[in-house]
Design a protein around this ligand. Structure first.
Ligand SMILES: [Zn+2]
Length: 137
């Protein structure tokens, strides 16, 4: 019987037993119910402790993962800047360049530069920043 069942049994004794038989049985039942309760509390405490340990190790693993992720990000960023084929332009503009800038090469002087796609829509003419020649793209 678990504690709950023992307490129910105790209630039954108190409710239905004749007075003279009660005492011994009731005291025995009380002690057994308390014993069962104490054991269950201990078991719960043990389980709680185990769960806390589980939680701690999970939290540790999450920390490790964050650290690895950070290291990976650092590594990828380093790879990125080492792997810059054009060399010249500002690293911070990298993303913008790939999105809305187009690379062109001047037909007069072969100077390579980027222009904003939206800006050339009007007449389709570009002015080379290298030699100043106007040409269409
Ligand atoms: Zn040019």
């Amino acid at each position: 019987m678990n504690a709950k069942e023992r307490i129910a049994y105790l209630r039954g004794l108190l409710d239905f037993m004749p007075r003279e038989e009660k005492e011994t049985k009731v005291y025995t039942a009380i002690v057994e119910a308390l014993d069962a309760l104490a054991m269950e509390l201990e078991e719960h405490a043990r389980l709680l402790e185990l769960q806390r340990e589980d939680y701690d190790s999970i939290a540790e693993e999450v920390d490790d993962l964050h650290e690895s992720l950070y290291e990976l990000e650092q590594f990828v960023e380093m790879e990125d800047s080492d792997d810059d084929p054009d060399g010249g332009y500002d690293e911070d503009e990298d993303e913008e360049l790939t999105e809305s800038y187009i690379s062109v090469t001047c037909p007069s002087c072969a100077y390579s530069f980027y222009y904003k796609y939206e800006e050339s829509k009007g007449d389709g003419k570009l002015v080379c920043p290298g030699c100043g020649e106007e040409f269409s793209c």
